[in-house]
Ligand binder design. Sequence first.
Ligand SMILES: Nc1ncnc2c1ncn2[C@@H]1O[C@H](COP(=O)(O)OP(=O)(O)O)[C@@H](O)[C@H]1O
Ligand SMILES: [Mg+2]
Length: 473
Amino acid sequence: MAAIRLRNAKVPFEIHHDEMDPDESFEEQEDLGESRPEGDEEDEQDSDFSDDSDGVVDPSVLEDMEKLEETFKGIKDRFRLINRIGEGTFSTVYKAEDLLYEHYDNDWDIEEKENKWTSPPLKKQRRIGMDALADMDEYAQQRRRPKYVAIKKIYVTSSPSRILNELDLLNDLRGFDSVCPLITAFRHTDQVVAVLPYFRHTDFREYFRKMTVDDMQIYFRSLFTALAAVHSKGIIHRDIKPTNFLYEPDKRRGVLVDFGLAEREDGPDMKPCLCGEGVTERRRRVTNSVAAQTGPIGGYPKNDSRPSRRANRAGTRGFRAPEVLFKCTDQSSKIDIWSAGVILLTILSRRFPFFNSADDVEAMIEIATIFGVKRMKQCALLHGTVFETNIPTIGDRGFLLEKIILWSTCRNDGGKGGSEIPLDAKEKLAVRFLERCFELDPNKRISAEEALEHEFLKKKEEVYGDDDEMHML
Ligand SMILES: Nc1ncnc2c1ncn2[C@@H]1O[C@H](COP(=O)(O)OP(=O)(O)O)[C@@H](O)[C@H]1O
Ligand SMILES: [Mg+2]
């Protein structure tokens, strides 16, 4: 077993039995391709285990955990594997108890930091005698609580470069409380496991239908704080969706996980795209293009000799931004903002998954149905390509997001024979914010930094209530 990055030990502590040979390289593995297979979102949702309890463990999971312990000989001395908590396209994640927590500096432990540094509410500070002792006892109890980690076993079919990329980016993102930090990682031949702090979270499907606009503000403030952090480092997450944002409604906080598809904005695969040019140059290129001169041709060539357009399409169906679908070669962090917008539309419309396309062409049709053919054509031209459709149900002008929300929540007629129940002021504000996330032109789309200043997300003033406790308005 070789440690890729050692934990920050308080005392010298050696558990690794074999050192990494500097000449030893990963066995070359076939890359599965960058996108999650179509239909993956549902599969992942179905096999997602947010169970916090040690409860009954499925025999097949027990077997898998034993196999993992066999592969990583020393792991049993450091972690007690408890149960499987998640299974995605690229990994299986287990909950485990960190048996050697006390031996390390655990600067990643946000909860411990909070327990240590947050002063008790003013009322409590004034309490004396038995009450104060009870508080101290509670604090001591918290300190003795077992500490949990999430052990992410990355499938051996993932390419070594992708695994290294995920660990490298996680390492770069250390120190942001809204991003799940990497504690350490191990490798044994082609098997890599990443050790992350365990974050209790609730399955999105359990709470999204009950969310009020105030709840949405808290959720999205947390998500956009994470996005602002990631984007400030020039990193695009590429797979923003509910299962990758571990949110706990009680705590009103979430953390961003899964950097398996993330990439740097200035990565080697980025090439200039027409969307990066000024309006005049774009117009000139579009006017001189073959498509503009020949006009739309019915059907498509059987033997297309044109070079195919290649661009990163990584992500999950239903969450891909239009520029990803149009294969823009200069994608930016704005693709994450679009995906966050899809989550907001899901919550406002109370429908999950909102977009349910089988492939990219269907995804374009779904987007065109909402935004209309006219804007979709403009969007395609922006990236030097064309959008044509003869589907009669796709209108030229599309629909207002407000209308879509009313329809999908059955509020357009208030039930049989009733009248429309319009959106209230807060809901309208949420829709205004959603429109900013759904700008088809990524250059005009709101950034995470700007989003935090938008009226919908901006923190309202903190005021002191009657009973000395701080309230957030
Ligand atoms: N740090 C963590 N704490 C708790 N659960 C986690 C953690 N990391 C991942 N999970 C669970 O495992 C699932 C899959 O993890 P993820 O990193 O998204 O892997 P994949 O690349 O396979 O999608 C997540 O959706 C979540 O339910
Ligand atoms: Mg995931």
